[in-house]
Structure formats: structure tokens, C-alpha cells
Design a protein around this ligand. Structure first.
Ligand code: NI
Length: 173
């Protein structure tokens, strides 16, 4: 088990776009070790997801999942999913706003507009293609995590500063 420190807003590493995982790393022990650290850190912090740049690794890898997490009592379960080099395509132009937090933005939660439905495509750690069409909270988590790969944090998505309210509750991560 390797719980890693989570970088927090103000750290320039959170703002750097991450490069794609090279094909030479797919299936490697190095990538497996990174995924183990992401999984362990997400579990220790009770997050719904985590992106590699949040633990200081600049690669396009995210993990997310919810299954009986007491911090998300209303959320439908999401199977544990690891995406490598994900590509997101919004389906339709409908937006939803809902509350988000982030382990890298402690003490802040806000209602963030996101595409309600989207398709995502990515490689699994085994090098197989994952393709899903999702909506609601699942779509929100994917968008939040993949934003980290581009150096984007959820406060960047707020159009109205008055929408930012400090709350000490759960974090998506
Ligand atoms: Ni986050």
C-alpha cells in the first residue's frame, strides 16, 4: 500500500498539461505501480476519483469509482475504472450543474456546470479499449478527473465567483 501526498492548488505541477502514456509503458510494472498508488491514495482519502498529476506524476492516467462510499450516499455505483489517455466527447449540448469538491482544492465546494452526457474512450491498463456512454454523476466524475490532465481545476469552471462557497464536506478528488 502506498498512499501518496496529494498536491494542492498553488502547486505549479497541477497546472501543467500531462503528456500521453507512451505505448512502451502499457502493461509495464511502472504503470501498475502508479495505478496501485492512485487506488490506495483515493481509498485513503475517500475520493471518488484521482488523476496521476495530483500525486505528482505527469501522465494521462485517471482512476475513479464509487461502491458503497458513505460520502456519496445518493450516487449510483460506478465500477472502478482506470483510463489511460482518455478522450471525451460530449453527447448533445445539455449541461448540468452539481456540487463538486477536489482533494487538491481543500475547503471549497461549488456547483460546476458540466456536459450531462458524454462518450469516453481510453485504454485500460491491460491495453484494451474501453468505450462507454455515460450521464449524470458518472459523466461529471470523468470530466472532473480528465480536467486534471489538462491542468484545469474545478474553480476554473465557475462563471460566477459568488457561486464559490467553502464547505467542509466530501470531495470528488
Ligand atoms: Ni479533483
Amino acid at each position: 500500500m502506498a498512499v501518496r501526498p496529494v498536491l494542492e492548488i498553488g502547486d505549479p505541477r497541477l497546472r501543467q498539461p500531462s503528456p500521453a502514456v507512451p505505448s512502451s509503458l502499457i502493461g509495464s510494472q511502472e504503470l501498475e505501480a502508479l495505478i496501485t498508488d492512485l487506488r490506495d491514495t483515493m481509498a485513503a482519502r475517500h475520493g471518488a476519483g484521482l488523476a496521476a498529476p495530483q500525486i505528482g506524476v505527469p501522465l494521462r492516467v485517471v482512476i475513479f469509482g464509487i461502491n458503497g462510499n458513505p460520502r456519496y450516499p445518493e450516487a449510483a455505483p460506478i465500477p472502478e475504472t482506470i483510463l489511460i489517455n482518455p478522450e471525451l466527447t460530449p453527447l448533445g449540448d445539455e449541461l448540468d450543474s452539481d456540487w463538486e469538491g477536489c482533494l487538491s482544492v481543500p475547503g471549497l465546494r461549488a456547483e460546476v456546470p458540466r456536459a450531462r452526457r458524454l462518450r469516453y474512450r481510453a485504454l485500460s491498463p491491460a491495453g484494451l479499449w474501453i468505450e462507454r456512454e455515460v450521464e449524470g454523476f458518472h459523466a461529471r466524475v470523468v470530466q472532473h478527473e480528465c480536467d486534471h490532465l489538462d491542468g484545469v481545476l474545478f474553480p476554473d469552471r465557475l462563471q460566477d465567483a459568488s457561486n464559490k462557497r467553502a464547505r467542509t464536506t466530501r470531495a470528488i478528488a
